[in-house]
Design a binder for this molecule. Structure first.
Ligand code: ATP
Ligand code: MG
Length: 398
């Protein structure tokens, strides 16, 4: 397939999401994200317009760019485009070139005049272009299911012709809703929660509680690999690795076995809350799913999450496990998630975790040891790394 005929890519904004006073921020954020996703194509030139982002290809590889654009959230669709003058003969020639570019059998022309002062109306243009293609090729018109839908947009200075509209992954541009701290375990749920958070416009940082030496280096590598995979959608990702073992051991020393998970998760939220404050992040997001395990009953979630001031969002809360698994496969985190390394929760799994924990009991157990000092120590020993999708080796921030 010859993609060389394209001179431009036109990226169209979504209808609903770009209205109102935030439109400018939205478009600027999207443009920034697109440029970042396409940074490996230095010859591209951009024009950020009110009706779309025009990317002039300058001979860069369309297929590679297409793949990269599909990792950017916040636009409606994009299409390869050819630009011509507003002269009818030029438009006809360009249309024929696109029609003959692939072995299409049928076509339909869809003209839209953005500049209403153009002397020919849409219908006349449609007929003129279609007539030229019919006379110069073996293609037939099919208005219902054409192989080629040829979009023609008449603007003030030029005319753009586009074929296939390629739908984007939806959502909002990453960063438009500021940042969120994703609690990232090695499981299936939290990477999906991260993906859905980015899709809603949150740039994520990841927070992982590691229980070395009870958990292995492979277990940590697995989490870093998950983070790296998530970074595909936001160019780079910051990961916080919290040494959690000392605090966990103290919990298991002082807390009744049935309350260990509840208290441990309260500690996770306390730490997450403090790290968020330190990083000026306003949202915690995680892979909790209603009813999935003892610590995710409504009562458990209430007793656990009340220790945090930061807003907590749970993107997969209402999803079935099978739906989460499907999405994990789609975003290519599933195979990594099911690698068999233990994480901090599986190591200390009690036999009888409470499903309806009581707050006063939590407070009682927590009064038996100086957890605050241990929480602070975790926050201080936060090990920060920055990962980039297209780089095998991660780079330490400090
Ligand atoms: P699974 O896919 O097996 O359910 P999970 O990651 O959902 O794994 P849970 O025990 O259900 O594990 O934990 C619920 C949520 O708590 C996780 O989705 C994650 O957001 C957070 N969490 C659990 N363990 C850790 C950890 N070690 N570090 C950071 N976050 C964690
Ligand atoms: Mg889970």
């Amino acid at each position: 397939m010859d993609e060389m005929i394209y001179e431009y890519i036109v990226v169209r904004y979504g209808e609903l999401s770009t209205k109102g006073k935030n439109r400018k921020d939205f478009v600027n954020c999207l443009a920034r994200n697109i440029k970042s996703a396409l940074k490996d194509y230095p010859k591209l030139e951009y024009a950020v317009m009110h009706d779309g982002i025009f990317i002039y290809l300058n001979g860069e590889d369309f297929n590679g760019i297409k793949k990269a654009l599909l990792t950017v959230f916040g636009y409606s669709y994009f299409a390869g485009a050819v630009k011509t003058s507003r002269d009818l003969d030029d438009i006809k020639k360009a249309a024929l070139r696109i029609a003959l570019n692939r072995p299409y059998k049928t076509f339909k022309i869809a003209c839209r005049r953005q500049d209403k002062s153009y002397p020919l109306n849409s219908d006349t243009l449609n007929r003129a272009i279609a007539g030229h293609i019919l006379a110069s090729s073996t293609l037939k018109v099919d208005v219902h299911h054409p192989d080629l839908m040829l979009y023609t947009v008449v603007k003030k200075d030029a005319v753009y012709l586009m074929d296939d509209k390629i739908e984007g992954p939806g959502g909002y541009p990453v960063g438009i809703n500021k940042r969120a701290m994703l609690m990232l375990s090695g499981g299936i749920d939290s990477p999906v929660a991260g993906y859905l958070s980015m899709k809603r416009g949150l740039k994520i940082e990841c927070l992982h509680f590691a229980s070395m030496p009870y958990t292995s280096k492979q277990a940590l590598d697995k989490v870093l690999e998950l983070a790296r995979r998530l970074s595909l959608y936001q160019s780079d990702i910051t990961v916080h690795i919290i040494p959690f073992t000392e605090l966990q051991l103290a919990i298991y020393k002082h807390v009744d076995e049935s309350y260990c998970i509840t208290v441990m998760r309260r500690m996770m939220y306390r730490i997450a809350d403090k790290i968020c404050q330190k990083r000026a992040i306003n949202v915690i997001t995680n892979g909790e799913s209603l009813g999935q395990v003892a610590s995710q009953t409504p009562e458990s979630m209430q007793v656990i999450s009340q220790v945090a001031d930061t807003l907590i969002l749970r993107p997969v809360c209402m999803m079935d496990k099978l739906e989460i698994i499907d999405m994990a496969k789609k975003i290519d985190t599933y195979e990594t998630s099911i690698l068999p390394y233990e994480d901090c929760c599986t190591i200390f799994t009690p036999h009888n975790p409470v499903t309806h924990p009581k707050l006063d009991k939590c407070l009682y157990y927590e009064s038996l040891f100086d957890y605050a000092a241990l929480v602070d120590k975790c926050v201080e020993n936060d090990e920060i790394r920055k990962l980039v999708y297209h780089q095998d080796n991660d780079e330490d921030l400090f």
